[in-house]
Design a protein around this ligand. Structure first.
Ligand code: FAD
Length: 402
């Protein structure tokens, strides 16, 4: 019987095995995950779950019984140690397991601070898995002093939860502005104002020099010479694709595990999907760290495992929740040369990224209509005139018919 093994029981791994069964694959399926929990959603870890507003059971992507009911062998708390590509086997749990096809859905690994600057002190946390969040959650008590290192979406979401719960929050971003890597100065300014309005001590262009403490972190020295007393630290300085296994097995990498449009690596019968995989997109090769990408790419891989020969055509979108703002992002802004703002806070506001007269992406804050129209325009290759977008009284939906 054909045996498909999926390594990584996260968003992509879970989507892949579900799609295989729903699509009628009747061979053997094994899903292997290093974490002790069945596959769960990560976005709430820096949002509702961290806030204490979401029960653990609601994090799970599918009930535990789903896997048994669908004849999927789920091996949890189990790390795959190596792939023997010559013999189509993996090293796992002290033995070897044969596969006919192997899917790598190994996700990402958070960057940590070096031990030399205090990164290994107790009370220094990253936000990647349930274990990370469960370890930091008890410290989210009113009045506690938290230092957040990194002003990307995860750092900002953690800052929002901490500020809402009454902690004293300092956030440092080494770059000149928060969200510099992913968003326009306009979007950065919007979130800067939002956080400052909620009492976050937000410092841009300021790095962390050293964390101090005996065993446990108790202080921080910043690059501008400031010294802070802290009770705990959250590090949100990005992730790297989970490529260790693939690299050791000699699978080609290119900013992640390099796959073709259908999800195949350069090694026969080995596929990859989700955060760990880079794939062709228009004239480039990209890697996306998002739930929609993990689901949709993994489902395409599942279909191709069943013979579909289908290309994955990414339609990038993302979201972030901070305070009472829901940010929705459509498209990719890479290469933009100007940004058009529609609306103004505290009402719906959106930032439209153009390269020349081509619309690339939209960041929409509390503006579901802006998001929805922007997404459909981008996906259909339509670019409305910037002056029409900028006029908040113009009928956005009419743009779809133009
Ligand atoms: P993961 O979900 O990371 O799963 C990979 C799994 O593989 C892990 O469980 C890992 O333990 C396992 N693994 C790795 N190596 C091995 C091995 N050798 N053996 C066995 N198992 C292994 N995305 C959004 O779109 N919107 C959001 O708002 C958003 N918020 C986020 C908030 C947080 C705090 C985090 C951490 C992520 C957020 N993301 C968000 C990103 C999103 O969660 C990821 O893009 C998505 O989980 C990727 O799915 P994946 O299956 O590729 O990887």
């Amino acid at each position: 019987m054909r045996h498909i093994v999926v390594i990584g029981a996260g968003q992509a791994g879970s989507s892949c095995v579900a799609k295989l069964r729903n699509g009628g694959f009747d061979g053997k399926i094994t899903l292997i995950g290093a974490e002790p929990q069945p596959p769960y959603q990560r976005p709430p870890l820096s949002k509702a779950y961290l806030m204490g507003d979401m029960a653990l059971e609601r994090l799970y992507l599918r009930p535990h019984s789903f896997y048994e009911e669908h004849g999927i062998e789920l091996l949890l708390d189990t790390s795959v140690d190596a792939i023997d590509t010559a013999n189509n086997q993996i090293a796992v749990a002290g033995g070897m397991m044969a596969y006919d096809d192997l899917v790598l859905a190994t996700g990402s690994v958070p960057h940590r601070l070096p031990a030399a600057i205090g990164g290994a002190l107790e009370g220094v946390h990253v936000v990647r898995g349930l274990a990370d969040v469960d370890a930091m959650a008890p410290q989210f008590v009113k009045g506690a002093r938290v230092l957040i290192v990194g002003g990307g979406y995860i750092g900002l979401e953690a800052a929002s939860v901490a500020a809402k719960l009454g902690l004293e929050v300092t956030l440092v971003e080494m770059a000149p502005r928060i969200l510099q890597r992913v968003a326009s100065p306009e979007t950065s300014a919007f979130f800067r104002d939002l956080h400052k309005g909620h009492g976050v001590d937000l410092r841009e262009g300021v790095g962390l020099e050293q964390l101090t403490g005996e065993g446990r972190v108790s202080g921080a020295k910043l690059s501008d010479g400031t010294e802070l007393a802290v009770d705990f630290v959250i590090v949100g300085v990005g992730v790297a694709p989970g490529t260790t296994l693939a690299e050791a097995a000699g699978i080609a990498l290119d900013n992640g595990i390099a796959v073709d449009a259908q999800g195949r690596t350069n090694v026969p019968n080995i596929w990859a999907a989700g955060d760990c995989a880079s794939f062709p997109y228009r004239d480039a090769r990209i890697r996306l760290e998002s739930v929609p990408n993990a689901i949709e790419q993994a489902e395409v891989v599942a279909e191709n495992l069943m013979g579909a020969e289908k290309d994955y055509v990414a339609k990038p979108w993302f979201w972030s929740d901070q305070y009472d703002v829901k940010l929705q992002i459509a498209g990719l802004n890479t290469g933009y040369d100007h940004v058009v703002t529609r609306g103004a806070a505290p009402g719906p506001v959106s930032f439209w990224y153009y390269a020349g007269d081509k619309l690339l992406a939209v960041d929409a804050a509390n503006d579901p209509r802006g998001y929805m129209v922007g997404k459909r325009l981008i996906e259909s290759g339509k670019s409305p005139a910037p002056e029409v977008v900028a006029d908040a009284s113009s009928d956005l939906k009419a743009l779809l018919k133009a």
